[in-house]
Design a protein. Structure first.
Length: 429
């Protein structure tokens, strides 16, 4: 405290070597405000008795070791540190003392998580995660669906110019029978359709896996954030979230596989655009066949298809070319229906699955994980505070008590300093 304190043989304080300084106001031994105590002055004995309580208080303050709390003497900012520790203690989760309290905490966690997931997955709100675009779920899911749509339309089997009429002619020659020549057999259309559907079947499955992987990441992120103060609930929530997403993903993959198989088996469309598109594409049938048979052109521009190579088609008959052209245009018109149907169904299924996940399945899965026969006792384990949190809580409580005691001592010092300043100063001539 800016002075020396020595004891004489008789136990009294030697004032000749003691100078009291005010660290905050810049006191020094030569300043006009310094209190100089001169040996043998009549007031010294009385003065020492008055400052002894303050010196004892200073010793007590040092014995509290407030520097361990990050407070440097002599400039002591106890209030700031005390308020900081009190705030940190108040932010810690309440220590649960009964199963009822634990169950209430679980229901609050589930309710908060459901509301967050409804906002980001169902309603498309992202005010909780303004700066984290990964959590802007509706936008990210639409991007995935659009990317899947582009992949379906841009893959090789969706290109009508590729090997123009070659595949159709090969299939018609193998499907021919004893029937009228101007009718293309229906099984030829199904064979072409099945080949095309098989060619794109991996794309919808890949989309489903990508979507559920992303949704799992989002769901677990929200659950971990809301259960960070309860280790046992966090463990159960992670396990429940992962298991639930795996079930949903498997269900979606099975459902999408069935949709793909349905497209292979049946050529059906109630969409009137199919017939109008087929009629439009068929308007150039005879013109195209005549150009091919005349052999004057290698590449021909076909309405709705583009520029195609026809050099290898001259060897076929007019009837076969006519059937192949008809089959090609039917498939071209119908394939657009198939792709639109797949994309629409994937989008609708995704919306329904996410809604069921948030509103129905998640809560049940977490409660089964906590209370189920294979994982029972989860609620009771919540009453056991994690060791790391218990240590932190006790350390904060201890530090707060130490700082409160220090605050009392400092207040006493300030009161004693005020009392000392009222004493007369005696200077030895």
């Amino acid at each position: 405290m800016g002075g020396e304190r020595t004891e004489t043989d008789s136990g009294s304080t030697s004032s000749s070597s003691f100078i009291l300084q005010d660290d905050q106001e810049g006191f020094s031994p030569t300043s006009s405000n310094a209190l100089v105590l001169v040996q043998n002055a009549p007031i010294v004995s009385s003065y020492n008795e008055r400052i002894r309580p303050m010196l004892d208080a200073i010793d007590k303050l040092r014995s509290l070791m407030v520097m361990e709390e990050g407070i440097q003497l002599p400039t002591i900012k106890i209030n700031d540190k005390l308020n900081s520790y009190l705030s940190e203690l108040n932010k810690m989760p309440k220590k649960l003392s009964s199963v009822t309290e634990a169950m209430t905490a679980v229901m609050q966690i589930i309710g908060t998580s459901k509301e967050s997931l409804k906002k980001i997955l169902v309603r498309g709100e992202f005010d909780e995660f303004l700066d984290d675009k990964h959590m802007h779920c509706k936008a990210r899911l639409v991007e995935m669906l659009n990317k899947c749509s582009d992949q379906l339309r841009e893959c090789n089997v969706s290109d009508p110019k590729s090997n123009f009429l070659q595949e159709e002619i090969a299939i018609l020659e193998e499907a021919k029978g004893i029937n009228l020549p101007n009718f293309a057999p229906r099984n030829a259309f199904l064979i072409v359709l099945q080949g095309k559907v098989k060619g794109i079947s991996s794309i919808p499955i890949g989309f489903v896996e990508q979507v559920w992987s992303y949704i799992e990441d989002v769901v677990l992120s929200v659950l971990m954030r809301n259960t960070e103060n309860y280790y046992h609930v966090q463990f159960s929530a992670r396990s429940a979230g992962h298991n639930l997403i795996e079930k949903m993903k498997e269900r979606s993959i099975n459902w999408m596989t069935e949709i793909v198989e349905m497209e292979k088996l049946t050529d059906y469309a109630c969409n009137p655009e199919y017939l109008s598109e087929w009629n439009r594409l068929m308007t150039e049938q005879e013109t195209f066949i005549q150009k091919v048979l005349r052999g004057t052109e290698i590449n021909i521009n076909v309405e709705g298809i583009g520029m195609v190579e026809v050099g290898g088609l001259r060897k076929y008959s007019h009837v076969l070319l006519s059937q192949a052209f008809d089959l090609k245009m039917r498939m071209t018109a119908y394939w657009n229906v198939v792709l639109r149907r797949l994309i629409d169904i994937m989008g609708l299924h995704l919306q329904l699955s996410v809604s069921n996940l948030v509103n129905k399945d998640m809560e049940m899965e977490i409660m089964n994980e906590l209370l189920g026969p294979n994982h029972g006792g989860g609620i009771e384990r919540m009453l056991e505070e994690p060791p790391s949190m218990a240590v932190k809580r006790q350390k904060l409580i201890k530090s707060i008590k130490k700082l409160k005691d220090s605050k009392e001592v400092v207040c006493k010092i300030m009161d004693d300093r005020f009392t000392i300043r009222q004493l007369p100063c005696v200077i030895d001539n």
